[in-house]
Structures are given as structure tokens and as C-alpha cells.
Design a protein. Structure first.
Length: 317
């Protein structure tokens, strides 16, 4: 606890020989941003929130420290009750320091409601005191409407053409961005599936609607943003895909809000399951395959090749 208190008082932790001290100007920037936020909102400075800001700022300052004892200095777990101001604390502590170090901030939440709170309220307020920040919401392709498919629905005159026409009109007058979660009257999963697309059906830059496509408009906003808000599922799926949308781990500061739900979501997203019967059948098929290869390998070509590979491997060692 003493170390965390010291983190706020100097916006740095007690010296470990591996940790990086925030420059005085950056310390003052974080302090001024906090003071400005409290002044605008009429809020009261809370000691717990101040301690969180300092500890988070110090952890982010060590974000690029990846070796030896410094690894611990760049990791931080914060446990605080609802209503204690965590989102403002990690925003004030992480965003200015990350931007100063050339890093993006990725905030991953467990609930859509918290994402909306961040994008529509908390980050809007923070941008008033951290003017260099630019925030964007990161969602999967299925959350965005496809102009081609909606226009096809209108042209065909199907039972969903009326809804498609209304959505296209909303896109045209800029009252809707194409994000299904913004609709007050959700069309339902069955209808919406006719208006969206997937990576296999999308023609990308070759599409005539590419410049106006809600999905790619959002992707362009993501490229220009330095604060990205997403959910646990998107974070995990992008990590599994090799960071196709989100920055590489070494290029970002990751804030996992509602982290208590991440392990369960990780198991759901990344784990794979097989029945004992399937596993048994797989082993039997492998055995049959190996036996077939051995029978066909009359001249011993496969055995010879395996020997050469083993020899090369031993030579490299």
C-alpha cells in the first residue's frame, strides 16, 4: 500500500532500478487533467481515485519494460467497488502517459452497457481535458450493416425490403452510422442477418460501396484513433487471429475492465472440446494412415527422408 501511495505523490513507484520515472511535465499534465475534470463535473477529489491514477500512470510509464524485474512494474491489478471512479482513473492515468510514449490505449469491457458509457460519456469528458486523445469503438463485422445486401433486399422486394429502405435512408441522412446497437428498434437477429455480411461474402476494396461502407468507415476511424474501446470477445478473437484489427501487444497499453469475467470468456472463445469417442476415432485413423504409408513405402523413401531431417536437426543443434 505504501508503494501505491508513493505512486501518486510523485507519479512514480519507489525505485527498483528497472522502473521509469515520469517526466515532471507529464506528471503535471496528469494532475492538471484531473483538476480540470473535477472542476467541470463538480466532482470531489477522492483519495482512492488519486491513488489509482498514480499507480496506473506508473505502470503505463513502464509499459515498454519487458525484461527481468521490470515486468512486474508494468503490470497492475486494481480492485475497486462500483462507483469509485475507475474509468476516469484509468483514463487519466493511462491515456496521457501512453500517448506520450507512442502507444495506443485499448480498453476492453465485459458488457455493452459499459462500452456505451465510455464512448458516449466518460471518454467525451476526458477528451475535454486530454485534447490529443481520439477515441473509437471496435466491434465485429456482424454489428455493421452491409449497403450491398440492404440495397439488394430493396430491389428484390422481399418481406424485409421496408426495413432495409428505412435503414438506408437513415444512413443517407447521417442519423445512423450502420451500427446495429445504435438502433432503438432492433430488427431482430433473423432480419439483421440479411443486412450484414462476413469476411467471405465481403469483396472489400473491390466493392462499389467500399467508401461508404459502415464497417470500413469504422476501420478508418480506428486507424486514426489512439484510444480504442472493445469487448472481451473481440479482444480474444483478434488476439487469436494475430492482431488483425487491434494494435500489437507491444504497441498498446491494455486496460481490461470487468476483468473478473475475462477467464470465462477466454475459455468460451479459445478452448476447444472433443468427445472421447471422437478422440478414439482420430487415433484409429492415424494408426491406419501410418500403416498405409509403411506398406506403400517399399523402397524406404519415407524412412530415408525422416533420417535426413533428424540428421539436419542434430547438426543445427
Amino acid at each position: 500500500m505504501e508503494r501505491i501511495r508513493a505512486a501518486f505523490s510523485g507519479l512514480k513507484a519507489q525505485s527498483t532500478g528497472m522502473e521509469k520515472t515520469l517526466p515532471h511535465a507529464l506528471q503535471q499534465k496528469v494532475r492538471n487533467a484531473y483538476a480540470g475534470l473535477m472542476s467541470m463535473s463538480g466532482g470531489v477529489r477522492r483519495r482512492g481515485q488519486q491513488i489509482m491514477i498514480g499507480a496506473i500512470a506508473n505502470a503505463v510509464a513502464n509499459a515498454k519494460t519487458i525484461d527481468g524485474a521490470g515486468t512486474g512494474a508494468r503490470l497492475l491489478a486494481v480492485n475497486s467497488p462500483t462507483g469509485s471512479g475507475k474509468s476516469y482513473a484509468y483514463g487519466l492515468g493511462a491515456i496521457p502517459v501512453a500517448i506520450a510514449n507512442g502507444l495506443k490505449v485499448v480498453i476492453a469491457t465485459g458488457k455493452v452497457s459499459l462500452q456505451e458509457q465510455l464512448i458516449q460519456r466518460d471518454l467525451v469528458e476526458l477528451q475535454k481535458v486530454i485534447p490529443e486523445m481520439r477515441a473509437a469503438l471496435v466491434k465485429g463485422r456482424a454489428r455493421y450493416g452491409c449497403l450491398v445486401r440492404m440495397k439488394q433486399a430493396v430491389e428484390v422486394g422481399s418481406e424485409v425490403s421496408g426495413t432495409a429502405g428505412e435503414l438506408l435512408a437513415s444512413l443517407a441522412d447521417k442519423s445512423w452510422s450502420g451500427d446495429v446497437d445504435e438502433l432503438q428498434d432492433h430488427p431482430g437477429a433473423g432480419v439483421w442477418s440479411k443486412f450484414t455480411n462476413d469476411s467471405k461474402g465481403c469483396s472489400g476494396r473491390k466493392c462499389g460501396e467500399y467508401a461508404s461502407c459502415p464497417y470500413y468507415v469504422n476501420r478508418a476511424a480506428i486507424q486514426g484513433a489512439n484510444v480504442l474501446v472493445t469487448n472481451h470477445s473481440m479482444l480474444l478473437s483478434d488476439l487469436r487471429a494475430g492482431n488483425v484489427i487491434l494494435p500489437r501487444p507491444q504497441d498498446m497499453v491494455l486496460v481490461i475492465d470487468e476483468a473478473h469475467g475475462l477467464p470465462k470468456k477466454a475459455v468460451e472463445s479459445l478452448a476447444d472440446g472433443h468427445t472421447l469417442e471422437d478422440a478414439q476415432q482420430f487415433v484409429q485413423k492415424c494408426g491406419a494412415l501410418v500403416g498405409g504409408v509403411r506398406r506403400a513405402d517399399g523402397a524406404g523413401a519415407c524412412a530415408k527422408l525422416a533420417g535426413e531431417v533428424e540428421s539436419q536437426h542434430a547438426h543445427q543443434e
